[in-house]
Design a binder for this molecule. Structure first.
Ligand code: NCD
Length: 306
């Protein structure tokens, strides 16, 4: 499997075998408490974040430092030359002179793909509008595999904003490469995007619904998501669906013993804090796994594992 020099724009850029190899590599990364491997010494990563981020940006930077590399970048479009009217292609052609790999988050769908077309160095999509967030999907799949040993055979429910949530789009594509059963639970206006549905349904069994409590007892994995307020063109539409789901510890009575509750974070009100104290809550473990996945990814794309 050769990842050197490749981009990661969509999870669809990866085969099931690619994903499995990346998860194996993440397993081989040193835990955060140990000193780094130093395999990326001299390499520079640029993070171009045109949209807010806490976990994704910091975990990429931490991953780079832990492997001996270094980081440059910006986290606000207002501090970069786009604020002066520069186009993305020019920004990319300038930035690639300063680094070995680019990690980009942008509000526009297709922006990461465009960046990859202009850059000669690898580009990683850290979130492209409502479209995709492939590295989040990798860390989600990794977390599920660590919990259950494999992905095949599981019943997985994606809940919340399946229309605007980029993480669930990538996750649905990625999970559909495995032998799973997918439950998609959302309010009607926030149903899974058609193009994702059509693609995923060609490979796995999918059931759509609105009521979480009707399916909760059947699930091995419950993936909660935030309603993406910032993506609504009309806030009145957001008001109609906000607060659609709120998981409490009461809801968890009668679930499968090994149920795993995940969330890409940040959460708003869809998971009550009391759930954090239950054995089902694995979303902070997900955060830790994100570091390992991003270490594996940077090392692979930069050719440090050959
Ligand atoms: C997600 C995102 O940015 O799409 N956050 C993340 O990267 N962990 C999910 C979200 O913002 O709801």
């Amino acid at each position: 499997m050769n990842f050197k020099g490749r981009d990661l724009i969509s999870i669809k850029d990866l085969t099931r075998q690619d994903i499995d190899v990346l998860l194996d590599l993440a397993d081989a990364m040193p835990p955060a408490s140990k000193s780094g491997l130093d395999i990326l010494r001299g390499k520079v990563m640029a993070t171009l974040f045109f949209e807010p981020s806490t976990r994704t940006k910091l975990s990429f930077e931490s991953a780079m430092y832990r492997l001996g590399g270094s980081c440059i970048g910006f986290s606000e479009a207002s501090s970069a030359s786009v604020a002066k009217g520069e186009n993305l292609a020019d920004t990319i052609r300038a930035v690639e002179s300063y680094c070995d790999i680019i990690v980009i988050r942008h509000g526009l769908e297709g922006a990461a793909r465009l960046a990859a077309e202009f850059a000669k160095i690898p580009v990683i999509n850290a979130g492209s509008g409502s479209e995709e967030h492939p590295t989040q999907a990798l860390l989600d799949i990794y977390t599920i595999r660590r919990q259950f040993g494999s992905i095949d055979g599981l019943s997985i429910g994606l809940v919340g904003d399946l229309r605007y949530g980029r993480a669930v789009h990538s996750l649905a594509y990625g999970l559909s490469l495995y032998d799973i059963r997918l439950w998609l639970i959302s309010p009607d206006p926030l149903k899974m995007r058609r193009e994702v549905m059509e693609d995923v349904m060609s490979r796995v069994k999918v059931v759509e619904g609105r009521e979480l409590h009707e399916v909760l007892g059947k699930l091995d994995v419950l993936y909660m998501t935030r309603i993406q307020k910032e993506r609504f063109a009309d806030l009145a539409e957001y008001e109609k669906v906000k607060g659609s789901y709120r998981l409490t510890s009461e809801d968890l009575k009668g679930v499968k013993e090994k149920l795993v509750v995940l969330h890409p974070l940040p959460r708003t009100d869809e998971i009550a804090f009391e759930v954090d104290l239950t054995p089902y809550a694995k979303y902070f473990e997900q955060v830790r796994n994100g570091l390992l996945i991003r270490m594996a990814l940077l090392a692979s794309l930069l050719g440090a594992l050959e």
